[in-house]
Design a protein around this ligand. Structure first.
Ligand code: ZN
Length: 415
């Protein structure tokens, strides 16, 4: 099972927007592209909204049937590990093996030494085709990389073996993610991480490194854009080299997690994948939930009231809601409007404050990040929330579609 060149992760927390998300992708594909949708949902999201992995499969199949979509599509067991994978096995065909928590775990000295020895031919000034400067590889560096990442690669191979037994080799797509950590993995690190995965027989089709800079949830990239550009391009070239050198699947591509709304780096990614004719996987999730809240606000009346209630609750429970996301949000409390102020807002004012239009005078990224992590509040509202999603499906669905097509796919693929 091959992922295909371009794929977009479209997480949908409340499982009501599959058709709207697919409409956006189908529209982009009318231009001749072949973007595969991947419905991703993590164990954490399932716990918060009380859903089951099988629900995601149902939603994906139903959306594809409704629109008669003819392309490939996938269901991603997002950020699973050995303890959480089991309920996903039957209905997912894409598995994101999250090994971040194994980075830095100690490996046996003899395993580290064996890895370093196996890299003897790369020691020195290693030239990777396309990268203008040689990668400086020393035994010291290799020891450091092995010390940090061998345990993570080992963990990836254990999860992969489990899946291979359960589903059969070739019946699913394997992604390896290491993005939820503090320090970025540089291109030379990525190169040797790929060698470890290849050595251990993990046929990784897409890999999500931690890139330089901050990938905060639902808002634009913050960091050094030039450094990101250099790193992203070198990562692409490293992947190419790793395919030839280590025998990894030739379709291997980068996966960009927390990939929604990173508008300032989309043109960079677009230029690099075009320059080298490479693929890309971009994972999004919460951006669709935010469009649901925007859609309800736009609907007005009870929809707007509910959107305001979600904000009021999320402000009151800010610490609890932000806690699990502390590393991936940056909220300036002083910039958060009061409940009284928000309660006085019109539909338009609420939507413009939440909608991600950089430069719009009403846009408030702090407000947006807080609502982003507040989906638990809506989940607790149960059918009060989902009932309004159904009642206002047209307006909500058009917000979801517009967001994915106009603000994401158009920028990513130069449409
Ligand atoms: Zn991730």
């Amino acid at each position: 099972m091959k992922l295909g060149k371009f794929s977009i992760g479209v997480g949908d927390r409340f499982a009501h927007q599959g058709v709207a998300q697919l409409r956006a992708i189908a529209k982009a594909n009318l231009t001749g592209l072949d973007i595969s949708p991947v419905w991703n949902k993590s164990n954490r999201e399932h716990i918060y909204v009380h859903s089951h992995p099988a629900d995601v499969r149902k939603e994906a199949d139903a959306a594809v049937a409704t629109l008669g979509f003819k392309g490939k599509y996938f269901v991603d067991a997002d950020h699973i590990n050995l303890t959480t994978v089991e309920p996903f096995v039957e209905t997912a065909d894409f598995f994101t093996l999250d090994v971040a928590s194994f980075i830095g775990k100690e490996s046996k000295p003899e395993d580290v030494k064996a890895f370093v020895d196996s890299c003897a031919k790369y020691v020195g000034n290693l030239s990777v085709p396309g990268i203008s400067h040689p990668l400086v590889v020393t035994n010291e560096l290799l020891t450091e990389i092995a010390g940090k990442f061998l345990a993570a690669a080992q963990q990836a191979s254990e999860i992969y073996s489990y899946l291979e037994k359960a589903k059969g080799a070739g019946n699913f797509v394997t992604e390896v993610s290491m993005d939820e950590v503090e320090s970025p993995q540089t291109p030379v690190y990525l190169l040797f991480i790929l060698k470890m995965l290849a050595d251990k027989g993990v046929p990784v089709q897409t890999i999500a490194p931690k890139f330089t800079g901050r990938f905060n949830k639902g808002v634009d990239y913050t960091g050094n854009v030039d450094q990101f550009a250099k790193e992203f391009e070198e990562d692409v070239l490293v992947l190419d080299y790793a395919v030839k050198e280590f025998g990894l699947p030739e379709e291997i591509k980068l996966s960009v997690h927390s990939g929604s709304d990173k508008f300032s780096i989309y043109p960079i990614m677009a230029a690099v994948i075009k320059k080298y004719d490479k693929g890309l996987h971009l994972k999004t999730a919460g951006t669709t939930w935010l469009e649901e809240v925007i859609g309800l606000a736009v609907a007005g009346g009870e929809g707007l009231d509910l959107a305001k209630q979600i904000y009021a609750n999320s402000l009151g429970r800010k610490d609890e809601l932000c806690g699990p996301y502390a590393d991936v949000i940056d909220i300036d409390e002083k910039q958060l409007p009061s409940v009284a102020e928000v309660n006085s807002w019109s539909s338009e004012k609420f939507a413009n404050t939440l909608r991600h239009i950089p430069g719009h005078p009403d846009y408030n990224s702090n407000f947006r990040q807080l609502v982003h992590v507040a989906y638990k509040v809506a989940a607790e509202m149960g059918t009060t929330y989902t009932g309004l999603l159904e009642k206002y499906a047209d307006v909500v669905g058009s917000c979801v579609e517009e967001n994915i097509y106009e603000r994401h796919l158009k920028r990513l693929f130069n449409l």
